[in-house]
Design a binder for this molecule. Sequence first.
Ligand SMILES: Nc1ncnc2c1ncn2[C@@H]1O[C@H](COP(=O)(O)OP(=O)(O)OP(=O)(O)O)[C@@H](O)[C@H]1O
Length: 358
Amino acid sequence: MSDQISIRLAGQLGQFDLNVDFAAPMHGITALFGPSGCGKTTILRSVAGLNRIPGEIRVGGETWQNERLFLPTHKRPIGYVFQEPSLFPHLSVRQNLTYGARRTKAEHAIRFDDVVELLGLAHLIDRWPTHLSGGERQRVSIGRALLSQPRLLLMDEPLSALDRMAKDEILPYFEALHSSLKIPMLLVTHDISEVERLADHLVLLKSGRVQASGRLSDVLTAPDSPLAARSDFAAVLPGLVDRIDPDGIAVVKVGETEIYLLADSLSPGDSVRVRIAAGDVSIARQRAQDSSILNAVPVHILSIEPMGLSETGLLLGLPDGAGQFRARISRRSNAKLNLQEGDEVIAQIKSVSLLANR
Ligand SMILES: Nc1ncnc2c1ncn2[C@@H]1O[C@H](COP(=O)(O)OP(=O)(O)OP(=O)(O)O)[C@@H](O)[C@H]1O
């Protein structure tokens, strides 16, 4: 199908055995996520034509590789952003941006002024790379990659060389790119918080194989999701800001369920993604009368599975199939409440965080 990126690769790279077959949409951010050495970079490099592993790669209706064809890297319309920003030290930010920029009359052409604005580069435009912070250098690298008018942006751990503060600073720029540009992005990361915040689509990899692939919320909450056992597991739900109450609480609707958030600078109508960590959810049979917990939402229990010796994992569904999230409770509480699949219960959520304003 022409609205897809499809990647099927099977072969060896040295001792490493890769065998993957997955598809991603031609829009939004697809994260390739998995532990070190699982093959993320090998896949990205294969899409770029830098590795030659047998298989087929098709991007938006064009074949880049199959049994008979192997487009060389320079014929593949890609932008590549590496872990370490790679700028020409003897060129200014402006010259770095325009180096390799392609002029095109295409409908979705990416314009210089838009890139400068989206990436917040206006005040840096005449500086030299040595006078930029790591995060600023990475923003320029992304801008340069975009101005080559790629059909696909490949990003290999673009944030991992940055410290926490620089990461937090650059993430909103990624979100701005995501919501303003039509270009699909493949993002390699081993940081689950980047996946939660940025990805629309997720490909989970392990030892050169695809464990799961699909829409972020589906992969996160699939009953057999390999991520469910993580102690930091969180679900990400798409929501819509319904109103801001007079005391400053933002009321976000996920389907018909109201979720209350402490968040500044939201307006009614904003699309947001909310994060609910499994460890922040407790279960009650009835709504507590006197509780400081803001969010107590009716859910039904979709599945119950043991987690280690002392804990139980619950998969919970919102009414009308509007979304799912998980709870992690002690086995003792589970036994005390005698929870069963299908039960209607109240999920008390200690903290809900807002990940992004989309
Ligand atoms: N050119 C190569 N020749 C031989 N083996 C390679 C080559 N490149 C990578 N490998 C091996 O392939 C495996 C997958 O590497 P890859 O870099 O794709 O993993 P990754 O998931 O991106 O890991 P990380 O998160 O650490 O970057 C590793 O075992 C690596 O040693």
